[in-house]
Design a protein around this ligand. Structure first.
Ligand SMILES: [Fe+2]
Length: 223
């Protein structure tokens, strides 16, 4: 094409030179052109208040979903901390259970931290929320302390898996493969947590009504 145009204008140009210009016009990669739209923290959604130097193709509703997950993980950590305090009280006196729920609390706060790191890696903005005050007592006359608390923990972790699935759907909708991969790893780990709690609930139901059985269960957790 470049050779024809040049010939019509009567400009002196060689066959080789014309072919070279034609090759440039048809070149595929144009990184300097492509990067213009994404420079200086501009986002594909044009969200000025969420500008970031590293953000690229990170949907706003997914960013909000990650903040909700951070909030949920922190809430679970706070509840586990309250359960640990209940077990450590003189009326609970189950040190193994107190130790387990303290460790669970630290894990949940750690999970929140992982989502915070992901948010920042993607150029999102972490928005922490107020955590509701948890209950102080975890006991029922029918189930006692341990079974009541572990059944509650199992239900909460199943609910957390539902939250992770909802977050994964958001990642699917925006075809965010990096977010999908991250959430899938968390869901796999979550399935392991649910299995462990399910086993504990089963053991406690097996010794239901047997205080010595609960004592031995607690001793095992105390290590
Ligand atoms: Fe978690």
């Amino acid at each position: 094409m470049a050779t024809v145009v040049s010939a019509q204008k009567g400009e002196p140009t060689s066959q080789k030179e014309g072919a070279y210009k034609g090759a440039l016009a048809g070149v595929g990669a144009r990184p300097l052109e492509e990067v213009k739209a994404k420079r200086y923290g501009e986002t594909t959604q044009g969200e000025v208040n969420k500008a970031s130097f590293v953000r690229t193709d990170y949907a706003g509703d997914l960013e909000d979903g990650v903040n909700r997950q951070i909030d949920f993980e922190n809430s679970l950590g706070y509840i586990a901390l309250a359960v640990s305090a209940h077990m450590d009280r003189d009326t609970g006196a189950l040190p193994g259970c107190a130790k387990f729920f303290r460790a669970m609390s630290e894990k949940e706060f750690g999970d929140a931290g992982k989502f915070m790191a992901f948010q920042n890696t993607r150029g999102g903005r972490v928005q922490l929320m107020a955590i509701p005050m948890p209950d102080s007592d975890y006991y029922s006359r029918e189930k006692g302390d341990a079974l009541y608390a572990f059944e509650l923990a199992l239900s909460l972790q199943k609910l957390n898996l539902d939250k992770l699935k909802a977050l994964h759907r958001l990642a699917d909708q925006s075809e965010d493969y990096q977010a999908q991969d991250f959430v899938e790893d968390e869901m796999t780990a979550q399935a392991g947590v649910i299995k462990q709690l399910g086993d504990y609930v089963c053991e406690l139901k097996r010794v239901s009504g047997d205080r010595l059985g609960v004592f031995r269960f607690d001793e095992e957790l105390a290590g």
